[in-house]
Design a binder for this molecule. Sequence first.
Ligand code: DQA
Length: 146
Amino acid sequence: MNLLVLNGPNLNMLGIREPDIYGRTTYADLVAYIEAVCAREGIAVKCYQSNHEGALVDAIQDAYQKMDGIVINPGAYTHTSVAILDALKAVALPAVEVHLSNIYEREEFRHHSYPGLACVKTIYGHGIKGYEEAVLYLKDYVERKA
Ligand code: DQA
């Protein structure tokens, strides 16, 4: 199984940005954690982070016919990006949305997700463990469809 893990704007600042909300784990630590989970599960993973909406759209399009699934934390684009929603719909790969924080207990503008409309599941409020849950969910989802 080939998996793409996408992180959107400001997630490269993990460990520095608002640690009371997002924790002290750095982005490099997060990537190492995801890679270890995927190695254990026999999954080939590519992790990519960008602060740019179009770059995230390009990465989703690149996954077409190469990847079996996508884990995505779109960061603030969660609440604005029809382009990321459309890209996920275009490639029609199973996608799981992850949020480190509980977006439903925060400001009202964080309660709505556009990319989430094209995802088979959303995991929120579990910190970096949410990425592991997403990987395991997608693995099971892809194996059940095979
Ligand atoms: C986030 C939640 C978003 O509202 C925020 O803009 C982020 C991170 C999360 O992981 O909790 O950048 O996606």
